[in-house]
Design a protein around this ligand. Structure first.
Ligand code: NAD
Ligand code: LMR
Length: 331
């Protein structure tokens, strides 16, 4: 049976980097037939038609059908996975939360339709910014779908952090394990390497603090580089990240589908159950392990005073975003 996968924002730049990777089997499996439902707004439909032509011309055996639509009722019907990319991206000088007003309505409308017509097992990944709060809105508008089926993307931040450490130590990125992104996909996020390690060729693990040997950098420039990386890309490209965002979508969704490796965790924004003192109900990025398509928050990690302060700060920002978002939603 073909898996029904909806991607919104199908005419946009992230989708353009993402769709080929999904359609050739990188995300849901090399043997898994797929049906793609591509949603965008009516003025963008001619562009989406061009994307559909290119997908056909890629001649991909797993891709059984592609539907281009501007109708939520077509896009979300019986979907197994929904990747919600479609939203306005920020421009130079904006913070991601400045997008809340423009984008909250999109996620409210989509949540309501997902609630009615998607499969109850649907896995929903919110990418459009501000991703955590848009995810919270979507979940709030889809009460018949289990809360655990919603997540937002902080994998790009994780990938960025892994690269920075790998580059500093002089190893390849896959040798850096268990970096954590806590909190909001924003400038308050806390990239935490206090539980992370670097592997050498024999498989021996060295804690990142020992491998890097520069606490000031790890507690200073490393953190701000990750927090401000999205803005740095916008400044350079005059467009927000797309290739790296699409790669992170694939990483996030593939791990959700197939599970995390033993002894490894990944970061994703999920509904807080109060773990680590994070207020319940916020969509907050935690380290998670995934088995049988179910994530669970990694428990029992020690939290230093330094980390506590940063984790609370980003929770506070999410609390404020939540209150602002709720004030925008129709009653
Ligand atoms: P883009 O402007 O290139 O594309 C967005 C597309 O969404 C456009 O084609 C637009 O018409 C469409 N769209 C608007 N309203 C829609 C709706 N109601 N339904 C369906 N589609 C709709 O933007 P992009 O660069 O692809 O970025 C998309 C979003 O992803 C932005 O909000 C951006 O900030 C965010 N983003 C998040 C991360 C992350 O790590 N979470 C990373 C990069 C970008
Ligand atoms: C990113 O992290 O690159 C995206 O969220 C885009 C942005 O606005 O920073």
């Amino acid at each position: 049976m073909a898996l029904r996968v909806c991607v919104t924002g199908a005419a946009g730049q992230i989708a353009y980097s993402l769709l080929y990777s999904i359609a050739k089997g990188d995300v849901f499996g090399a043997d898994q037939p797929l049906e793609l439902l591509l949603l965008d707004i009516p003025p963008m439909m001619t562009i989406v038609e061009g994307v559909v032509m290119e997908l056909s011309d890629c001649s991909l055996p797993l891709l059984k059908n592609v539907v281009a639509t501007a109708d939520y009722n077509v896009a979300f019907k019986d979907v197994d996975a929904a990747i919600l990319v479609g939203a306005m991206p920020r421009k130079e000088g904006m913070e991601r939360k400045d997008l809340l007003k423009a984008n909250a309505k999109i996620f409210e409308g989509q949540g309501k339709v997902i609630d009615q017509i998607a499969k109850k097992t649907v896995k929903i990944l919110v990418v459009g910014n501000p991703a955590n709060t848009n995810c919270l809105i979507t979940k709030s508008c889809a009460p018949s779908i289990p809360a655990a089926n919603f997540s937002c993307m902080t994998r790009l931040d994780q990938n960025r952090a892994q690269f920075q450490i790998a580059n500093r130590v002089g190893v390849s990125c896959d040798k850096v394990r268990n970096v954590i992104i806590w909190g909001n996909h924003s400038a308050t996020q806390f990239p935490d390497v206090s539980h992370a390690s670097v592997l050498d060729n024999s498989g021996k693990k060295t804690p990142v603090y020992e491998a890097v040997k520069d606490d000031a950098w790890l507690k200073g420039d490393f953190i701000t580089t990750i927090q401000k990386r999205g803005a740095a890309v916008i400044k350079a490209r005059k467009l927000s990240s797309a290739m790296s965002a699409a790669k992170a979508v694939g990483d996030h969704m593939r791990d959700w589908w197939f599970g995390t490796k033993p002894d490894e965790w990944v970061s994703m924004g999920v509904i807080s159950d109060g773990s680590y003192g994070v207020p319940e109900g916020l969509v907050y990025s935690f380290p998670v392990k995934i088995t049988d398509k179910e994530w669970s928050i990694v428990q029992g990690l020690s939290i230093s005073d330094f980390a506590r302060e940063k984790m609370d700060l980003t929770a506070k920002e999410l609390q404020q975003e939540k209150e602002t978002a709720l004030s925008f939603l129709s009653q």
